[in-house]
Design a protein around this ligand. Structure first.
Ligand code: PBG
Ligand code: MG
Length: 339
């Protein structure tokens, strides 16, 4: 804002531009469209759907269901989907070897979706070991500590098998130091120069991930263990800028702040400082809060979802990963056809 001042009341009446719906739309500074939405989906090895108690309305999807849901996403104009696996517990090991199996659930799902939908929607895959490790940590564990440098080659290989399957955007969510540069190097060396990296650059050690861990079945494995030695402390703000700067220097195409609503200050600082494509993740706990309150009749689901998504846009996010994506896209469509 400049130091320009409007004349005082009564010459200026701020309410004039708020009087009618058309007038409010005319002055709207921020917009939300389906292109701003990324939909995270959980898959399992089987058919049908599995309910997730802590994420009411979000199901794990079997092979037959993923097809239907992606079709819906494409039809609604959602930009991209992010695929997360609920790995069979028998496949979880100390070294998370299933993460680099070219025929693991994520890779099979990516192949299936790519074959059916081609480039009509973007496919994002997480790079981190937690859906595959018996300890539920994102990296390898040695003497009770999540080790950085030993984890990186596994993450590189995980990125390669996902790119080979047809993933468009590799999204490392593990918060190891140096993994963006290492993954970029491996992708390029394997001929995947066009595969993007969306870095979970400023990811906080948050209690709001609880329902996600139920969804991928890692909460039991983690068993109260903490990710505080690699994810950022909620006390940190400047540090997030340092994290983002490093990931951009290492070759990230876009960056993410996570969680979302409690960290909108970080979204704004990142966007203002770097002016790169910036995403925010409205995480599982945020979904659960709004859903639970709405189920109780305490909040209006649609109004609160749309307000929360606009808040991300206002804070500077180019897009939002949200479990509300298909509902929100549908509501956006309905409001456009009405006006
Ligand atoms: N590294 C895995 C990962 N990728 C996305 C989420 C959380 C997403 C959500 O809560 O919706 C997590 C959980 C975690 O770091 O423990
Ligand atoms: Mg980092």
């Amino acid at each position: 804002m400049t130091n320009f001042q409007r004349g005082p009341y009564p010459a200026t009446r701020m309410r004039r531009t708020r009087r009618h719906d058309w007038a409010r739309r005319m002055v709207a500074e921020n917009q939300l469209s389906a292109s701003n939405l990324i939909w995270p989906l959980f898959v399992f090895d089987g058919q049908g759907r599995q309910r997730i108690d802590s994420l009411p309305g979000v199901d794990r999807l079997g092979t037959d269901q993923i097809q239907l849901e992606v079709e819906r996403a494409v039809e609604l104009g959602i930009a991209a989907i992010a695929i997360f696996p609920a790995t069979d517990p028998s496949l979880k090991t100390e070294d998370a070897a299933e993460a680099i199996n070219p025929d693991n659930l994520v890779c099979r799902t990516v192949r299936q979706v790519k074959q059916a939908f081609g480039d009509s929607i973007g496919l994002i895959c997480d790079v981190a070991l937690d859906p595959y490790s018996s300890h539920g940590q994102d990296g390898l564990v040695q003497d009770g500590y999540v080790v950085n440098d030993e984890t990186i080659p596994v993450l590189q290989q995980q990125a390669i098998v996902q790119a080979q399957a047809g993933c468009d955007i590799i999204a490392p969510s593990d918060m190891m130091d140096g993994r963006i540069g290492a993954i970029r190097k491996s992708l390029d060396a394997s001929g995947f120069t066009e595969v993007q990296i969306m870095s979970y650059a400023a990811k906080y050690a948050s209690a709001f991930y609880g329902p996600f861990r139920d969804a991928v079945g890692s909460s039991g494995n983690l068993a109260g263990g903490s990710k505080a030695t690699y994810q950022q402390s909620p006390t940190q703000s400047d540090e997030a800028l340092h994290e983002v700067a490093l990931d951009l220097a290492e070759g990230a195409d876009s960056v993410m702040v996570k969680p979302g609503m409690p960290y909108l200050d970080i979204v704004r600082r990142v966007k203002d400082t770097f002016a790169v494509p910036t995403y925010a993740y409205q995480v599982s706990g945020e979904y659960a809060m709004i859903s639970a309150a709405a189920q109780n009749g305490w909040l209006d689901r649609k109004a609160c979802v749309m307000e929360s998504l606009m808040a991300f846009r206002r804070a500077g996010a180019d897009g939002v990963l949200t479990y509300f994506a298909p509902e929100a896209a549908q509501w956006i469509r309905e409001s456009e056809s009405q006006s």
